[in-house]
Design a protein around this ligand. Structure first.
Ligand code: ATP
Ligand code: MG
Length: 479
């Protein structure tokens, strides 16, 4: 007898008379004569119902069938008389592989708060909600590789340990093997990183872009997809200290091509979710609607699947930072003092409240903002002829704010050096990067998509800690 997953059982039902299923008990209910056991093995959001007649099984066995216990069940797959499922297993043999003491097992068949489940992140996979989220997470990772492979991009593995700060924001985790209490010191009394493992100060990467550019300037179209680390002390629902980023980089693409790629890519991923994850999305949508009931009508957001379709069907709005500032300046919340950070002049950085206003209230669709002030963007961005803005682009999404940050890169060596000098960046140690501009330089562009921000959007979850298995945030690195 071949053991089948619950997903396979539900799909191939009818073709297998006697079957074996293994999984974990979600619930057990019933009466004196019969027990109904909902068994889930993670292959799908759906459970298979196991019907166990009390007279067939010793009380000893049935007593140990509690929520969370692992079972192996053999029986006959039949059409179900009850409502809620098409098929069920009439159990002939039940083996309790692993018990889950109901007094101690934290995940019980009731609604647990997301905070409680975060504290029990090692067990939250066992809930319908987190099963759905992590199946969608898998599907999106797969779709990302699928998209790039089909479009002629090469997957490049960029290093996690690096000596450079790609974003120049200085929010990095140090990597060292030096003794924390007694590090070797230089004559000037500073920590002597020459004696460290790599012979220099090193950090965990904040972006694979710089190395990605090197590859793109030979392979043409590349992407990275890996973990990135930022020691920013921002305890928000959109920031993690360890998150996954996808960074395509394309030789000969200008900013316009870059925007097209970003929109096509995002839409492909959303369509993929709708085509391949509908069972999980329906579950997530129902859950969200339950939550929304508690909100006031005007604060309720669009139903999840409707929202995903809406983004697919509408072209993204394009506008420059300068145009956005004009819209924001004369907006109601700005005039009524409703923004925490009022918009008073060209040059200010946009906060997520501003990004969300543009997307959710003003344009009511995703927005690509371009041509930001150079002063608030990274050194490598293409300098515009106006002398004050750069060819940057941020893609802004409803509920999230910034989901993608990207740009056309400065390919002119003199201009790039000028900017680095102005910012006090060490051109000597970045010589390897500058070589792309010294030898065969060309227009090129790329962007970074935060994988967990994408997942927030696709699953409708509100907190980034709930779309990564084990979140890393300030003061939290358990599990
Ligand atoms: P934000 O302004 O939201 O902090 P950023 O400008 O620092 O974003 P980039 O450096 O452009 O972001 O990084 C590219 C993408 O990576 C962002 O658009 C976002 O989707 C994602 N991202 C950035 N920082 C984080 C973080 N701390 N946690 C999760 N995702 C992040
Ligand atoms: Mg940031």
């Amino acid at each position: 007898m071949k053991r089948l997953s619950v997903k396979e059982l539900l799909q191939t039902a009818g073709h297998h008379e006697t079957v074996e299923a293994r999984g974990w008990v979600r619930t057990k209910r019933g009466n004196k004569q019969v027990n109904f056991i909902a068994l889930n093995d993670g292959s799908t959001i759906h459970n298979i119902q196991v019907v166990a007649e009390t007279e067939r099984f010793p009380e000893e066995v049935l007593k140990r069938v509690t929520t969370g216990a692992a079972l192996a069940v053999k029986g006959v797959l039949v059409e179900s008389a009850g409502s809620g499922q098409a098929f069920e297993i009439q159990a002939r043999e039940i083996v309790v592989l692993g018990e889950a003491d109901p007094e101690k097992f934290p995940i019980q068949p009731k609604k647990h708060s997301l905070e409680f489940l975060r504290d029990n992140a090692h067990l939250r996979f066992r809930t319908n909600l987190f099963g759905a989220i992590f199946r969608v997470r898998h599907a999106m990772a797969f779709a990302i590789h699928d998209y790039f492979n089909a479009h002629g991009f090469y997957y490049i593995h960029t290093p996690l340990v690096t000596a450079s700060d790609a974003e120049g924001a200085g929010e990095m985790f140090r990597v060292t093997t030096l003794d924390a209490l007694h590090p070797p010191l230089t004559a000037e009394g500073e920590v002597d990183y020459k004696q460290d493992f790599f012979g220099r100060a090193t950090n965990l990467t904040v972006s694979g872009q710089l190395e990605g550019e090197l590859a793109a300037m030979a392979l043409g179209k590349i992407y990275t997809f890996g973990p990135t680390f930022r020691a920013e002390n921002s305890n928000t629902t959109r920031h993690l200290a360890e998150f996954w980023m996808i960074e395509p980089e394309v030789a000969f693409n200008d900013l316009h091509d870059n925007m097209e790629l970003a929109e096509d890519f995002l839409k492909y991923l959303i369509r993929y979710a709708l085509d391949h994850c509908m069972d999980d999305l329906l579950y997530l949508s129902q859950r969200l609607q339950e939550e929304e009931k508690e909100k006031k009508a005007e604060e309720r957001s669009m139903e999840l699947i409707e929202k995903l379709r809406f983004v697919l069907e509408n072209p993204f709005e394009h506008l420059t930072y300068t145009e956005a500032i004009d819209v924001l300046k004369s907006s109601k919340p700005n005039k009524n003092g409703k923004f925490q950070y009022p918009i008073d002049r060209w040059g200010v950085d946009l906060q997520s409240e501003h990004e969300r206003y543009l997307v959710e209230k003003h344009f009511k669709r995703p927005v690509i903002l371009t041509d930001y002030p150079a002063a608030i963007k990274a050194f490598y961005m293409k300098q515009n002829p106006d002398g004050k803005s750069v060819a940057a682009m941020d893609v802004l999404f409803p509920q999230i704010g910034e989901i993608i940050g990207g740009s056309q890169r400065e390919e002119n060596l003199e201009k790039l050096l000028g900017r680095m000098n102005a910012l006090g960046l060490p051109a000597e140690s970045m010589s390897w990067y500058l070589d792309t501009r010294r030898f065969g330089t060309a227009v090129h562009s790329g962007f970074g998509l935060g994988f967990e921000r994408l997942l927030l959007f696709v699953t409708g979850m509100g907190n980034i800690r709930d779309v990564i298995p084990f979140p890393r945030t300030p003061k939290n690195a358990e599990f």
